[in-house]
Design a protein around this ligand. Structure first.
Ligand SMILES: NC(=O)c1ccc[n+]([C@@H]2O[C@H](COP(=O)([O-])OP(=O)(O)OC[C@H]3O[C@@H](n4cnc5c(N)ncnc54)[C@H](O)[C@@H]3O)[C@@H](O)[C@H]2O)c1
Length: 331
């Protein structure tokens, strides 16, 4: 039984607490939060102890530290947990600063402990099936990837200000998805970003709408489109054109009823947001982590994968500022 200490008791921590407690091979021992009432509430809901972050990291009874705190704390907490001999599961992104994330990677390498980054979309059954079909040779060689990722509505501006911006906070999932599907990182990143949804996001120094083109060493291409607003719900689609066919992963809908009348044909909206769409993916992600630990295998999403995605976010940010393509090796 893998004993887990959870750092943070916010939005995503509840999702992880559910996955940990439902899994037959893991148990939630304790939770901490900067705001003690948050930890108290989660500890009551999930039947575990509420401790300080330091006490969890130092607890010899805990095998795994799950980091679900704000992004600017991740590198510090990964390093502290590894220094205490713990395996780590850390939410994305690794850090707001690429330099700090790289330092975290070098500071933790020698310990050789498992560190998995929470790119949950790799475990979404639809995207996983698309990748399996590609890997099985069913559409030949991947040539052009398109990823659409639109949120239903923008977050509060207070969130934008601490998020690291659209590329580090939101599109980072899509950068990792592109790496997962194409099997490698691109060589060049060309990004365009605008603020057309909410002027307050622009005033906070961020964009809310962006298109990014990734170019691979052999000339293959990927296009990622992000928006902070899609009035019909959470739009999460992937399309992959290969030398011998096309794969498309469509949205999950609230229901499958299609109404056809004299006035037209209509159906349900996509599920509202990430908690509705990706709940099976969060459970599968946790199962993959637990299975890797139990079998002594490498975790399926490494710290290096997290650093690569962050480097792509950095390159995209620089590309918007410079209005020119940026080579990934230069960031
Ligand atoms: N993979 C995903 O789909 C996904 C979804 C949402 C958020 N996230 C990531 O998860 C992280 C947390 O996001 P959230 O939306 O849950 O934030 P949140 O603000 O809802 O929760 C974070 C909690 O951490 C607490 N905290 C701050 N410093 C702490 C510390 N040192 N020790 C313990 N607790 C501390 C805060 O008080 C807060 O309660 C972010 O890095 C975010 O990017 C990932």
């Amino acid at each position: 039984m893998i004993k887990v200490g959870l750092l943070g008791a916010g939005r995503i921590a509840g999702v992880h607490a559910t996955a940990i407690t439902r899994h037959p091979d893991s148990t939630l021992v304790a939770v901490s939060d900067f705001i003690p009432q948050n930890a108290e509430k989660l500890s009551i809901d999930y039947g575990c102890a509420a401790l300080s972050t330091e006490a969890i990291i130092a607890d010899p009874n805990i095998d795994v530290v799950l980091i679900a705190t704000p992004t600017d704390t991740h590198s510090d907490l990964i390093e502290q947990s590894v220094a205490a001999g713990k395996a780590v599961f850390c939410e994305k992104p690794v850090d707001l600063s690429l330099e700090r994330a790289r330092l975290c990677q070098s500071n933790t390498a020698a310990a050789g402990l498992p560190i998995m980054i929470g790119f949950n979309r790799r475990f979404d059954p639809n995207f996983k099936a698309l990748k399996a079909s590609l890997a099985g040779g069913e559409i030949g060689k991947a040539e052009l990837l398109s990823i659409i990722s639109f949120d239903p509505a923008p977050p509060p501006v207070a969130y934008i200000k601490t998020s690291g911006g659209l590329f580090r906070d939101m599109m980072i999932h899509d950068f990792d998805m592109a790496n997962f599907i194409m099997g490698e990182a691109p060589v060049t990143i060309s990004a365009h970003g605008s603020c057309i949804v909410d002027d307050n996001i622009g005033a906070a120094g961020d964009v809310d709408t962006a298109v990014v083109t990734l170019t691979y060493a052999d000339g293959r291409l990927a296009v990622i489109k992000n928006s902070r607003r899609a009035v019909y719900g959470y739009d999460q689609r992937v399309e992959l054109l290969g030398s011998e066919g096309l794969l498309q992963a469509q949205n999950m809908l609230e229901n499958t009823v299609v109404k056809s009348t004299a006035s037209g044909v209509t159906g349900a909206k996509p599920t509202y947001f990430f908690l509705e769409r990706y709940m099976p993916a969060y459970a599968a992600e946790w199962d993959a982590f637990v299975t890797a630990l139990n079998e002594g295998k490498n975790v399926p999403v490494s710290l290096a994968d997290g650093v690569t995605a962050l480097a792509m976010a950095e390159a995209a940010t620089q590309s918007v500022q410079s209005k020119s393509p940026v080579a990934l090796k230069d960031v």
